[in-house]
Ligand binder design. Structure first.
Ligand code: BGC
Ligand code: BGC
Length: 999
């Protein structure tokens, strides 16, 4: 019997163990050196056209100038000197272990179940097969009908083409699928990312997720998504690779936590759903990523960190449901079109071939109707990933970057022909992609014109060059054809719709004021405040200190994917960063905000102070800046390889602040500290110094940094940001589970292991459980006014009952003929012109196809009772309790206030069936609303909550069954405790909860 595709892949896998760092070469973007206008005299390049019989788009041969592709070696992670010895040992160990692992893998046999026998003994992920088909949800019925009509007409190779990327940098976007030109189904452009259109011109750098989370403003979350979606549409991006909600923030130092919205599932879930609504309203498919448990960068990917396999996040079912999968459920409920499975393993099974995660949880339990795409190279097997529920492989390459040796493409064609992947699995993959395309209205050729030669659609920018003219198949070494690749479409919005305005608002509302003694803030533009008995003859003197107050001297886009901490920090780095169109630096904005007739502004925009003491001593106020960066693991800055090494300010920021605090106004000055950061920082080195009067956590503000800061410092906008994470007094306070695993341990035979043994207790849940006082708690933030809460009203909407209504049955998914075509139909057509490195669905030969028995088909996992619609059983979203309260502005100025609702489950609760005790966090966030309340008698009536009278507003919350249930692993369902009392607390932060009631 011929080996199955999977076995072939495993054979390959074995060869791949532990490459040297420079085995992997990744093309990165050229630096910005273009002068587009110099090309204007060149004739527009012929539109893309299709060769007869060619599935992929192909350029006609142009005679335009060919530009040489620039390839840069990727920077790979190497350990800090002090750790080098340990690392070297570890690494030697790793290589040995790799060899052992590879041998075991080679020896293992028996089709797709082989991984079971070679899985490390301490990890397990239950099987869930077969993959549930899409087309069961009413909300998608029309799209599935249309999709079925189209997919019915597709040939095998056409179907495969839709599932497989064409290879890294082979087309304009970071991910591109193959088209079906015969049926007018276009190649799809997939582009990063969560805060703006990566690798594109004339776009907006929106504030990062963590800043958006810090606004706690649902309307802004939605507006930002919408503006982002609009930019994607204008640039011809079909699938936007965001929002990110994983990593969720288990580890405050995690390199990519800033891409998401904060370290709590409900905050993440609401922000993600609002973002998705916004993006998708513009007709662009959103991608909820990274599914799931990719909480740290070290070892996130096989090979990238010198280990043969990616890290395994080992988790229990309840924690997975209640924490990490929660925001994905909200995303599915919001109708998200795509979900990206992550690099890491979960319970020792790669997330992109983990049937429990994709088939079981996403597609059955959460009723996900869209398609699962792999993170870039997160697919580690061919057949296994297909059977486990992966629908699209990105960027199409195989186990190594840009190897053009796809695990799908021709291998998937073969796997279907030899029976190792059932035809109906492939049909489901394609139907999901095509249905998502219809669902978003992308078949509307007015909004989404077809790509050339039939129209002017498709992406109108190239990820690989800033020039107007560039290579069409950038990643192809031998195909040097060029054409117009950048059309420089301005997507930033104009006038009132200028996205910069929205950015400024989001960044201002995402700025958290954590300390403000003696009302030092807001500042007065004239300097001295009216009530200050100072020598007003003299100019008010302000000193601005720190490199973080100014732009980088090397330019705003000097580092690849923003991977350096140079100048003011406005973003983290990685695929989630963009090229900035402009950057308003804090220093200039602050200087301009002061009236220069009465205020004298001095600056020292470095982190080491000069020897002349006057620059400090002569000030009335000192504004000092510090920061802390992190990013994605394929790049590093100094010794920060994605994950932060600690939670302190970087670049000697603490020392700078201490020195300023000591010297400012000879110890009589007032110091305002501004922190730009990717996440929690430790402030203890200076927070209690007597001159440090005010501290502002400005998170990652992006392009309008200076303006948004000024809005807050001068009170144009009353601060209403709240911390989307806890700020601890010391790093250990976050608990042992919060620590990045920097080195594999000798026990990590197959892959570094990381046990999520703290369970539900991350961030504030851990602090509350252990009764640790944080410096500033989750949800905390100050205002320039004061608020008061009263009149808590808890209304039951029905009796308590343990289980939701039975799972409703869904619609019938489309069915197709399962007949296999003549294998010859999958051969490359005669005379086909191949582009080197391009991934085609065709086979070179049909001699080695073979036959495989499909064992997976024998397994029939039971459907989950928690399922039945997008986001899960619809009854989980029935309101069971309504809560209202009255919010009054008792202070001097108008302001917005975030009212937060936390639930405490019944104490000493025992499961009603087993009698076993169930442990609950002290309290969990279950809702929040941001309200505007005027200080004056006339309330400003804003938004759906706005039914104010005088200076009060009513705030309303609806708690759903799911909000008041826990995941019972035995019943595999959400169970509501029916004995004991729930405590419902309403207040201003996770530790300031003036209103309490029970249900
Ligand atoms: C990142 C994803 C990103 C993709 C494409 C991956 O390395 O993890 O977040 O969308 O690359 O750039
Ligand atoms: C790419 C990113 C990707 C990363 C993965 C980089 O070279 O530009 O898109 O996320 O590699 O390792």
């Amino acid at each position: 019997m011929a080996p199955s595709t999977y076995e072939l892949r495993r054979g390959k896998y074995a060869k791949l163990d532990a490459p040297g760092d420079d085995d992997i070469e990744t093309p990165t973007r050229q630096s910005f050196d273009s002068n587009a206008s110099s090309y204007e005299d060149l004739e527009e390049y012929d539109p893309l056209n299709y060769d007869a019989g060619t599935l992929k788009q192909k350029r006609s041969t142009g005679d335009l100038r060919t530009r040489k592709a620039s390839f840069k070696h990727q920077e790979y992670a190497t350990p800090a000197p002090k750790a080098r010895r340990r690392w070297a040992l570890g690494r030697l160990c790793c290589w040995l272990l790799t060899f052992v692992a590879a041998t075991v893998l080679l020896l293992a046999s028996g089709g797709i179940w082989a991984w079971n026998s070679s899985a490390p003994p301490d990890g397990q992920s239950p099987p869930w097969y077969p993959s549930p088909k899409g087309g069961t949800d009413k909300a998608w019925a029309e799209s599935y009908k249309k999709a079925a009509e189209l997919v019915t007409q597709m040939t095998l190779v056409e179907k495969v083409n839709v599932t497989t990327g064409t290879g890294w940098s082979m087309q304009f976007c970071v991910g591109n699928t193959g088209p079906v030109p015969r049926l007018n189904f276009p190649a799809l452009c997939l582009q990063d990312g969560p805060l703006g259109i990566r690798f594109a011109d004339n776009i907006t750098a929106f504030p990062a997720g963590v800043t958006v989370g810090a606004t706690w403003n649902k309307e802004l979350m939605y507006q930002r998504g919408k503006a982002h979606g609009k930019e994607a549409r204008l640039k011809g991006v079909h699938v936007l690779l965001g929002p990110a909600m994983g990593p969720l923030g288990r580890m405050p130092a995690g390199g990519r936590v800033w891409e998401g919205f904060g370290s709590d599932p409900v905050l993440q879930g609401i922000a993600a759903a609002q973002t998705i609504k916004g993006i998708q309203e513009e007709g662009v498919m959103a991608t909820a990523k990274h599914y799931v448990l990719n909480e740290q960068e070290h070892f996130r990917q096989a090979l990238e960190w010198g280990t043969p396999n990616a890290i395994s996040s080992n988790i229990d079912d309840r924690t997975l449901h209640e924490i990490y999968a929660w925001p994905f459920a909200d995303s599915v409920r919001a109708g998200v079109a795509s979900i990206m499975c992550s690099y890491n393993q979960v319970n020792n099974s790669y997330a992109c071939q983990n049937s429990k995660l994709m088939n079981g949880i996403l597609k059955d339990e959460l009723g996900f109707q869209g398609f699962v795409q792999s993170d870039w190279l997160a697919q580690r097997s061919g057949v296994a990933s297909a059977l486990a529920g992966l629908d699209m492989t990105m960027p199409g390459d195989g186990l190594k970057w840009a190897d053009a040796d796809s695990l799908w493409g021709p291998q998937l064609t073969k796997a279907v022909l030899n029976g190792s992947v059932p035809m109906d699995r492939l049909d489901d993959m394609v139907t999901r992609v095509v249905a998502a395309w219809y669902q978003l209205g992308q078949d509307d050729t007015d909004k989404w014109p077809l790509p050339p030669p039939d129209g002017e659609g498709g992406p109108n920018f190239s990820s690989w060059t800033h020039e107007k003219i560039g290579k069409i198949y950038h990643g192809s070494p031998s195909d040097t054809r060029t054409g117009v690749v950048n059309k420089f479409i301005n997507a930033q919005g104009e006038g009132d719709d200028s996205h910069g305005k929205l950015v400024r608002r989001v960044a201002a509302e995402g700025t958290v004021l954590v300390k403000n003694e003696d009302h030092v803030l807001p500042l007065d533009r004239k300097g001295w405040k009216a009530n200050e008995k100072a020598n007003k003859e003299m100019k008010f003197r302000v000193g601005v200190f720190g490199e973080d107050a100014r732009r980088s001297r090397n330019g705003i886009n000097a580092c690849p994917d923003q991977s350096c901490n140079d100048g003011t920090l406005t973003t983290g780095w990685g695929s989630g960063a963009v090229d900035y169109p402009y950057l308003v630096e804090p220093f200039s904005a602050v200087r301009e905000a002061f009236n220069n007739e009465s205020v004298y502004v001095t600056d020292w925009l470095e982190n080491t102070l000069p020897s002349q003491k006057e620059i400090l001593e002569d000030q009335d106020i000192c504004i000092v800046f510090g920061n802390s960066i992190a990013g994605e693991g394929y790049l590093k800055w100094e010794d920060v390889r994605g994950d932060r090494n600690d939670l302190y300010l970087q670049k000697k920021g603490d020392k700078l602040i201490q020195d300023v605090a000591k010297g400012c106004g000879k110890g009589n000055g007032k110091v305002i500290v501004v922190v730009h950061t990717v996440g929690p920082v430790i402030l203890e080195n200076w927070i209690d110094l007597p001159t440090v009067k005010a501290v502002v956590i400005a998170n990652l503000p992006s392009q309008e940094s200076g303006n948004s800061l000024v809005d807050i410092l001068f009170g144009e906008i009353n601060p209403s940001g709240r911390l989307p994470y806890t700020i601890a007094k010391k790093e250990d306070d976050f608990g042992p589970g919060s620590k990045i695993k920097f080195f594999p341990s000798p026990k990590d035979v197959f892959a570094p292991q990381q046990n999520f043994s703290e369970g539900l207790y991350i961030d504030y849940r851990y602090f509350d459980k252990k009764d640790i006082a944080p410096r500033y708690e989750f949800g905390f933030g100050l205002s320039y006014t004061e608020f008061h809460l009263s009149s808590l009203l808890i209304t039951s909407q029905g009796p308590k009952s343990p289980l939701p209504a039975p799972r409703p049955s869904g619609l019938e998914p489309p069915t197709y003929s399962t007949d296999l075509p003549n294998p010859k139909s999958a051969l490359f057509p005669k005379g086909f012109h191949k582009i080197e490195k391009y991934i085609y669905p065709y086979l070179e030969s049909i001699d080695d196809i073979g036959k495989t028995e499909v064992k997976a088909a024998q397994l029939q996992s039971p459907l989950g009772e928690a399922g039945g619609a997008q986001g899960g059983n619809p009854d989980l979203y029935t309101t069971v309790v309504s809560v209202s309260a009255s919010l009054t502005n008792t202070g001097p100025v108008d302001g917005d206030c975030v009212v937060q609702l936390y639930v405490s489950f019944p104490e000493n609760y025992n499961d009603d069936v087993t009698g076993e005790p169930v442990d609950f966090p002290v309290r969990v966030l279950r809702g929040f609303e941001k309200l505007s309340v005027d200080a004056s008698k006339q309330a400003s009536v804003k938004g759906p909550q706005g039914r104010g009278s005088g200076n009060s507003q009513t705030v309303n919350f609806d708690l759903t069954r799911k909000d008041l249930s826990y995941w019972d692993t035995r019943r595999q369902n959400w169970v509501m405790p029916t004995s004991g009392e729930f405590k419902i607390s309403v207040g201003f932060s996770s530790r300031d909860l003036p209103l309490q009631g029970t249900w």
